[in-house]
Design a protein around this ligand. Structure first.
Ligand SMILES: Nc1nc2c(c(=O)[nH]1)N[C@H]1C(S)=C(S)[C@@H](COP(=O)(O)OP(=O)(O)OC[C@H]3O[C@@H](n4cnc5c(=O)[nH]c(N)nc54)[C@H](O)[C@@H]3O)O[C@H]1N2
Ligand SMILES: Nc1nc2c(c(=O)[nH]1)N[C@H]1C(S)=C(S)[C@@H](COP(=O)(O)OP(=O)(O)OC[C@H]3O[C@@H](n4cnc5c(=O)[nH]c(N)nc54)[C@H](O)[C@@H]3O)O[C@H]1N2
Ligand code: SF4
Ligand SMILES: [Mo]
Length: 733
């Protein structure tokens, strides 16, 4: 078989061909407890990456509910809507049920057939061995998202590769981590080290907390609001956060750096910045002051559309509450291709306010010093991820997914094999679809490890069904937080069908590849028990309590007047970045105009909705009931121009002629007349996702103009514009 055709899992079984009514399976409600025996099993939620700890309640083997663990700082005892619906991931009737292997069917077309675990694992191990023998083990990359990927990292490290590429880097928070590293010598991390509950002023720049439902963060913002925080929200859309704000700044899309420069201009020209903090901790202030002198609010008005007086007033509001003023760095920061510079501007603004390391700004995180389970040394890989980048993206600290994919195309491509764990690449990486097909043609092996027949499975040679987080052990959660803590994920149920935990899959592959020594245990619970005993706990104890908090060993904030050395070349907070200058980048953030909007086109704005996480929950039968499809927000002026009303179905066409799936219109004043807005994660094409297939539209399909950040390779997604194709015009599309 030379060319890999894109095949959908729907070709597998006869049952898949009959699509039952999507509504039949989605209507069950959670039963009330009866007279049976109720057990509570600790878990760490995997419905998003905030990693809240909770308990799964089961009555006489029947799933009942999942609720938060009161001891847990990530959740404070309350899960979000999505986490509560986590049982739906376990119950989903469309789950992958057994290993599937690509083969040639009776008519010569490629199909997936069912295989035993032994057969599927043998095929993979054989091809991995062949790649190692012919090209080198460093030529296999892992594309991954989620805690369960750790088992496959162990496998690949033992095998001889360390290219682990997560879309949460170049498609999400990479620019902010790099910008904060460059400025402060350390990143923001997850959970974001924002001290919102003590803030007196919070500035949200396109960070739509409330729709973005990262749990602990929503709770601290709520607490801050109850305490009368002054909230300033910069968003072209009237977001939920904007509706709670003292000041809503409906900025012209893509012009945030202009606003940030003008705010710095006001703070410095009016002498409102924290002089003592800047003098003690920062370098490059003179250059910064000279730079921002050119950018008064009157200049920024022309870029952003925001009144100069509003810019001055909000800058003064920030200064008045400093250092308890947090300019939130955001999380999904890959917007316009100048994202590291926008995040640098945010980092610098926070320095002027003296908020880094101060109550109400950014706290210092701490995690538990948890020893790793003793394993033999890993071999040194023959190449690093830099092989995928060449001289591009000099400040990338992790492999950029796009670069790894590019380096997997062609006969002389560097990468020869992929393991794909927990990431739905075609919906996750903008503009990637044609490249995925090319890479699929070139690669010798693609293994997809997933719970669902998501779109990414269509590229696989072998699909391995992992059981859900509710059916397995994973590594302990040991996140750097306000207080150090450990949390346990353990099975609340036996794996359904013939699905298996990631640790078991990785170990089985390891044994077939002669790498047993990296899996010197029978069950992963032995690893957890060993680790827990090193820090005075045990698996037994954690199975009872789920979360264990440990006392901090270091202060949470800078101490008054304390001398500090930052992990930067100068040892100071670097307002001016010599490192950027040395590589030919602007040492201070410079405003670049975003791409011009063509007539009759609208900015394609996108984001989160509370009921769903990306494309991973839209088929979840419980969450589906809350939000079965996304809608397209359009302004009433636009609606009038195009004769559209709420509930109408439209398709969009982007600047490159790509036409979307149908989506229902929602006419609202919460979006301006220059943009449309939709939630990401819908518009699935995988037929075997029977609930969600055919509902709503997919923003990623329309993202063909990808604005790459030259500093670290992030894929800016916001340079795309759409116009409407009304239903009568659909046919020609
Ligand atoms: N167009 C567009 N693209 C985006 C974004 C956007 O807003 N718009 N957002 C970006 C951001 S911020 C991020 S962080 C990324 C997220 O990108 P991804 O993490 O790729 O997002 P999902 O679409 O949720 O894909 C998750 C995949 O993991 C599978 N999965 C779920 N649970 C498990 C499990 O327990 N085990 C295994 N093995 N697999 C599992 C799901 O079935 C699904 O196939 O996307 C980025 N891409
Ligand atoms: N419910 C739910 N919550 C989630 C997730 C989820 O899938 N579902 N995913 C989580 C993840 S991984 C991430 S990374 C975060 C992402 O969440 P955030 O980092 O909060 O948000 P973004 O998706 O970057 O930004 C979306 C907001 O930016 C606004 N915006 C658009 N263009 C501009 C502009 O040019 N300037 C400004 N100032 N604003 C603009 C949009 O109107 C929208 O309100 O959410 C997390 N929380
Ligand atoms: S924020 Fe919600 S979905 Fe994310 S881990 Fe916490 S409970 Fe789960
Ligand atoms: Mo993200």
């Amino acid at each position: 078989m030379d060319r890999r055709e894109f095949i959908k899992v729907s070709g597998v079984t006869a049952a898949a061909a009959t699509v039952p009514s999507i509504f039949l399976s989605g209507c069950s409600t959670q039963p009330n407890p009866g007279e049976g025996e109720v057990t509570a099993t600790p878990t760490v939620c995997d419905i998003c990456f905030w990693k809240c700890a909770g308990h799964v309640y089961v009555e006489d083997s029947v799933p009942w509910k999942i609720i938060g663990n009161d001891e847990d700082l990530h959740s404070n005892g309350r899960l979000c809507t999505r986490g509560t619906g986590g049982l739906g991931a376990y119950q989903d009737k469309d789950r992958l049920k057994m290993p599937l292997v690509r083969t040639v069917g009776p008519n010569g077309q490629q199909i997936f057939r069912e295989a035993s675990w032994d057969e599927a694992l043998d095929i993979i191990a054989k091809r991995m061995q062949k790649i190692a023998d012919e090209h080198g083990a460093d030529r296999v990359a892992l594309l991954n998202h989620g805690a369960g990927a750790s088992h496959f990292k162990n496998l690949l490290r033992g095998y001889g590769s360390a290219t682990f590429s997560a879309p949460s880097y170049a498609q999400c928070r990479g620019p902010r981590e790099v910008a904060f590293q460059l400025t402060y010598g350390e990143g923001v991390g997850s959970p974001d080290r924002t001290d919102m509950e003590h803030s007196r002023c919070i500035v949200l720049i396109g960070s739509h907390i409330g729709e973005n439902l990262h749990n602990g963060q929503v709770q601290t913002l709520t607490r801050a609001l109850e305490n009368g925080v002054s909230l300033i929200t910069v968003d072209p859309r009237f977001s939920v956060a904007a509706s709670k704000s003292q000041h809503w700044l409906p900025i012209r899309p893509g012009t945030d750096v202009a606003l940030l420069l003008a705010w710095m201009n006001v703070l410095i020209s009016e002498g409102l910045y924290d002089k003592a903090y800047v003098e003690q901790y920062a370098m490059g202030f003179e250059q910064l002051a000279a730079h921002v002198r050119q950018f008064p609010p009157e200049w920024a008005y022309l870029q952003t559309g925001l009144e100069p007086e509003l810019i001055r007033e909000t800058a003064r509001e920030m200064a008045k509450n400093a250092p308890a003023t947090l300019v939130h760095p955001g999380r999904h920061t890959t917007w316009y291709g100048d994202d590291t510079q926008r995040e640098r501007a945010i980092a610098i603004l926070n320095t002027l306010l003296g908020s880094w390391g101060r109550p109400g700004g950014f706290y210092i995180q701490e995690k538990v010093k948890l020893p790793n389970y003793p394993l033999p040394d890993y071999p040194k890989p023959k190449s690093t991820f830099k092989a995928a980048h060449g001289d591009d993206y000099p400040f990338a600290t992790q492999p950029v997914s796009n670069a790894v994919i590019d380096a997997s195309i062609g006969d002389d491509a560097h990468y020869k094999g992929w393991l794909v764990y927990g990431t739905n690449l075609p919906m996750t990486i903008p503009g990637v679809r044609p490249k995925l097909r090319q890479a699929a043609d070139s690669l010798d092996l693609i293994v997809v490890i997933d719970t669902m027949p998501a779109e990414v499975t269509g590229y696989a040679d072998v699909i391995l069904p992992e059981c859900t987080y509710l059916e397995r052990y994973d590594e302990l959660r040991n996140a750097a937080e306000r207080e150090p803590s450990l949390a346990l994920r353990m099975p609340a149920f036996k794996p359904r069908h013939d699905s298996k935990p990631g640790w078991w899959i990785a170990k089985q592959l390891g044994e077939r590849l002669g790498l047993q020594k990296y899996f010197p245990w029978n069950d992963y619970s032995e690893v957890l028990d060993w680790q827990l005993k090193q820090v005075g706990s045990s698996l037994d104890e954690m199975q009872q309590i789920g979360v264990k908090n440990f006392p901090r060993k270091t202060p949470k904030y800078f101490q008054a007047g304390e001398a500090r050395r930052f992990n930067t070349p100068s040892g100071k907070i670097e307002l001016y970045s010599q490192r950027l200058a040395d590589r030919g980048f602007d040492p201070l953030p410079v405003y670049k105009r975003p791409p011009e909007r063509p007539d009759n086109y609208y900015h394609l704005n996108y984001g989160r909705m509370p009921a769903h996480t990306f494309s991973r929950t839209t088929n979840n039968p419980l969450l589906f009931q809350l939000a079965p499809e996304n809608t397209l927000w359009i302004n009433s002026l636009v609606a009038r121009q195009w004769k559209l009303k709420t509930g109408d179905s439209v398709r969009m066409q982007n600047q490159d002629g790509i036409v979307s799936k149908s989506i229902r219109v929602r006419v609202t004043e919460r979006i301006g007349p220059d943009s449309v807005f939709m939630a990401h994660g819908f518009g699935h094409s995988a037929k075997q996702l029977r609930l969600t297939n055919g509902l709503g539209a997919d923003d990623s399909a329309l993202m063909t103009n990808v604005l790459i950040d030259p500093i670290m390779g992030a894929t800016g997604m916001r340079g795309n514009f759409v116009t409407f194709v009304k239903n009568s015009e659909q046919e020609h599309a």
